[in-house]
Write a protein that binds this ligand. Structure first.
Ligand code: K7E
Ligand code: CUA
Length: 636
């Protein structure tokens, strides 16, 4: 046998060297958190754990080491949770490559401070916080198309779009008539015409604080459908109960959302009182027909059509499932919606090819469920490989359960098969997990990420606040192998893993990019050519300062304004060289921003301090970077 076949060829970072967890502490942590009691699934047999030499060799090949000069095979797009951002990771190295500020403000890039970003944030530009959960890429025929990544803000009911050619947010909307936009996915086929997302917290439809605020019978939760290209609301669908997570089929026909709190309870006890909640299935064709026929209402003074999809309507069907389901995941073969039990140790498998019969009332909604396999405590989210296996996070057990979908269905039909393949301990309390390209037809069964909410003893202590732990698992062999611990700041709820061949980001900005088109339009009005001229335009109390930058100088080394003027500084970076980004920082004014090669960026502030105010370049660009500065004279 070769060294490789014996599995001896692993490098220092590979699975053989990963220290096993402290079993007793792990168990203590799991038990202390149990709230929904249930039966723990059958233990694994020894045979299941045995792995072949072949699998070992394959694992050795699936190395996580990316040597200097080599590139990662995958991009990861990570939600930044209540940091409000999106992060770009490289996989399998698990290195954080970049951050894309979205719902937050960002000092380094000036996101939320620059005029361009404020225009994109629009009606919510004044908000400094956000809570991003679900990043998902636009698709064509069920495959990532590399165009956009969409993300929701639960805290402020917003949805944003990231352009993948520039890796910046370019559109953002506040969804009307709802509170707390949570689950978000894209239409997978024939292409991403719509982005869909759930309004989670039920509120009165007429939420003007005048009367009826405490009358729970007026509270509703809406399903939101957004036009992916214009990023405007297409329509909303009123449902019974509230909504949690969602996903789409691979035919462009159905969307599905989990619903917890069908009771419409206003406290924990009431929310979990009934034994069953449901999965709502939305028929896109029925919704579009109702829209066309004008069967909708509008609310709260906006013109967004709200369709009635409550029980009994033609637009939806309600499939009963065990109470308080959470994640909703479509299998990449397009056959099943999987609703994850959370309080129930099971997942509910809904056959998508039975939904036509459910909608035509040939069968009862519950008859679309083809299996409800028991997996362990606290199933939250499920991911899939290309070999018919599913991977479900068990929050309370701190494990990933690997199971076979067809075997689960066969077992449900009475066949004597064990659908459970393996349970792997993760550290600790996993929420989402995701496989490489696993929500698309290109799912490749190589990597699994478990986004663990707690890291406890896995890293050097950082005080009472600890990082989370994003764990990388090699799933290419018969066994899952934990290969990397990745500390992460709050809070990667969800992620996607996209093959690098899908993305071709720009190296420098195109001069006519829409991102700063409005700034260029203003320059044109001012008669300034931003690529050749350095000029101060006075417009009453408003002053616009146009300057170029070429390492290591600004085109303007001084300008003069009056105390109290509203000053806009517009910098155009003439450097053509990839990676020569400049910045602009006005001392003592909270003003700073990034200006990448060939970009124009602008920022507006009040000159409220008299005297000499230095401005400087805050992105290290040149040996004379420290010297790249100039003076603003503020006349009292
Ligand atoms: Cu499970 Cu917001 Cu997707 Cu967090 S949600 S875990
Ligand atoms: Cu320009 Cu630093």
């Amino acid at each position: 046998m070769s060294k490789e076949e014996l599995g001896l060829d692993n490098n220092a970072n590979n699975s053989n060297d990963v220290k096993l967890e402290d079993e007793s502490r792990r168990k203590f942590f799991g038990k202390s958190a149990i709230i929904g009691a249930g039966v723990v699934a059958a233990p694994m047999t020894a045979a299941m754990f045995a792995s072949s030499a072949k699998a070992k060799a394959k694992e050795a090949a699936n190395s996580i080491t990316v040597h200097p000069g080599e590139l990662d095979e995958y991009y990861g797009f990570w939600s930044g949770g209540h940091s409000g951002e999106v992060r770009i990771m490289g996989l399998p190295s698990m290195r954080e490559l970049m951050r894309i500020p979205v719902f937050n403000i960002d000092a380094a890039t000036g996101w939320g401070l620059t005029d361009e970003s404020k225009r994109i944030k629009g009606d919510s530009a004044h908000l400094l916080a956000g809570d991003s959960h679900h990043p998902h890429m636009s698709m064509t025929d069920g495959r990532y198309n590399g165009k956009y990544v969409f993300i929701n803000d639960k805290a402020n009911s917003r949805v944003a779009r990231i352009r993948c050619d520039i890796m910046k947010c370019d559109k953002m909307i506040t969804v009307p008539n709802v509170q707390a936009v949570h689950g978000l996915r894209v239409q997978k086929a024939p292409y991403t015409k719509y982005v869909v997302c759930n309004g989670e917290f039920e509120i009165p439809m007429k939420n003007d604080g005048k009367d009826g605020m405490r009358d729970v019978s007026t509270y509703r939760s809406l399903y939101n459908v957004i036009n992916a290209e214009t990023m405007e609301m297409a329509f909303q669908v009123m449902v019974d109960g509230n909504l949690d997570n969602t996903d789409a089929d691979f035919d462009g026909k159905y969307f599905a959302s989990t619903c917890y709190n069908s009771e419409m309870g206003m406290n924990l006890g009431d929310m979990i009182s009934s034994e069953r909640d449901h999965v709502v299935i939305f028929s896109l064709a029925a919704c579009e027909a109702a829209l066309k026929a004008g069967k909708f209402k509008t609310y709260n003074g906006n013109d967004v059509p709200v369709l009635d999809g409550r029980k009994g309507s033609a637009l939806t069907r309600y499939i009963p499932v065990p109470k308080s389901p959470h994640g909703l995941n479509t299998s990449p073969d397009g056959k099943y919606f999987v609703a994850n039990g959370k309080l129930s140790p099971t997942v509910s498998i809904i056959a998508i090819d039975k939904l036509d019969d459910v909608f035509s009332d040939k069968i009862k909604p519950r008859d679309a469920i083809v299996a409800e396999p028991e997996l362990g405590l606290g199933p939250l989210h499920t991911a899939f490989d290309n070999r018919g296996n599913a991977y479900t996070t068990l929050f309370l057990d701190s494990q990933i359960a690997k199971w076979n979908v067809q075997d689960a269905i066969d077992a449900h039909n009475g066949k004597k098969v064990n659908y459970l393949r393996q349970k792997l301990d993760v550290h600790y309390q996993p929420g989402h997990n995701h496989t490489s390209q696993g929500e698309t037809r290109d799912t490749d069964g190589k990597w699994l990420i478990a986004l663990c909410k707690f890291s406890k003893d896995r890293f050097l202590p950082t005080g009472p606040l600890k990082p989370e732990n994003d764990q990388l698992i090699d799933i290419s062999g018969d066994e899952m192998k934990l290969v990397h611990d990745g500390p992460a700041f709050a809070e990667p709820h969800d992620c996607i893993i996209v093959h690098r061949s899908k993305l071709k980001p720009f190296k420098v900005w195109p001069r006519d990019d829409l991102f700063f088109a409005e700034t260029h339009a203003q320059a044109k009005k001012d008669g300034v050519d931003v690529y050749t001229q350095n000029k101060v335009i006075r417009d009453g109390k408003k002053v616009r300062v146009y300057m170029t930058s070429v390492a290591p100088t600004y085109g303007m080394s001084e300008f003069t304004v009056k105390l109290g003027d509203e000053v806009t500084v517009i910098v155009t970076n003439l450097d053509m060289v990839e990676d020569v980004t400049h910045g602009f920082c006005m001392t003592n004014h909270g003003v700073q921003m990034e200006v990448a090669p060939q970009a124009t960026a602008s920022i507006t502030f009040t000159a409220n301090k008299p005297g000499v105010q230095w401005y400087y370049c805050n992105w290290f660009c040149h040996a004379l970077h420290m010297e790249m500065r100039g003076r603003m004279f503020v006349e009292a």
